[in-house]
Design a protein around this ligand. Sequence first.
Ligand code: PEP
Ligand code: MN
Length: 346
Amino acid sequence: MIIIMEPGATQAQIDNVVEHLESLDFRININYGEVYTVIAAIGDKRLVQPHSINSFDGVREVKLIQEPFKLASRESKKDDTVIEFSNGVKIGGNNKPVIMAGPCSVEEDFSSLLEIATAAKDAGAEILRGGAFKPRTSPYDFQGMEEKGLKYLKEASEKTGLLVITEVMDTLDLPLVCDYADIVQVGARNMQNFKLLKAIGKCNKPVMLKRGPAASIREFLLAAEHILYNGNENVILCERGIKGFDTHYTRNVLDLASVPVLKKYSHLPVVVDPSHATGKRYLIEPMSKAAIVSGANGLMVEIHNNPDKAYSDGAQSLPLPQFRQLMKHLDCLFKVLDETNDLTTV
Ligand code: PEP
Ligand code: MN
């Protein structure tokens, strides 16, 4: 930690900061400049709140050198985290990007879910997505089929061999969701539901944490840190767009720069969801390709056999033929990136 004192800070003010840090076992190095005095404090900064030093008299700025997200950071783990499933699917590292696809919501008609899942599998997807607990902005919108939806997902998974990812919104539902899901999803709206994050940290299922609509990258990684800190090492990060000011042409702003940033500062796998990021069907293919080129370890895409009749998010759901086409195009991209050894370059 570096503490920059105000120009004209008194020796008493400098001593006060130094004494405080020394009492917390920091080693101190002081550099008296022409204008600024700079204090370098070396030690475990978990013992001190940087903003508490900020408020000491004579302190101008406190700069952290170590990332505040310890377990999620590359500093603590140099190698990429790779999450491996019993059927051989691997997410992260140099592995081929994994495609998660399925309807926004699990709906009443099971045959429709099966048709979607079969098409997803045939096109090369490895994970079936579908919400049984739906975080809806309006209480009048479809809220999800809950356990019946989870049962549908499980059945579709057994029939197709796809793994299942589905959202949990409440700690009370976590044991139930863990019974049916291969990956538990924390939705964007719950990224900072710390009680839920702690509970998920204590369960033994891989989890995909979606970036909050207004969360900075640091807040995103600190949310992941809660899960890691509570014991669950299998965390996937998902960029799904952040709030912008234009809601006419796009639903959110897909922050693709976050992909190489997250991969630079963290060892966790990063997945991109172009569907919730853009809200528009025609934007899914270009943003999927861009996400892969930016280094994403996977994609989550909403697809539907009859998007016009979808219970939720039909406008951003790809019809099945369009999904097949997307997968063909992505395959070409995977080959090119693989040949040029560029799949994971950041
Ligand atoms: C979803 O994936 O079903 C979802 C609701 O997405 P988000 O949390 O990113 O809005
Ligand atoms: Mn959706």
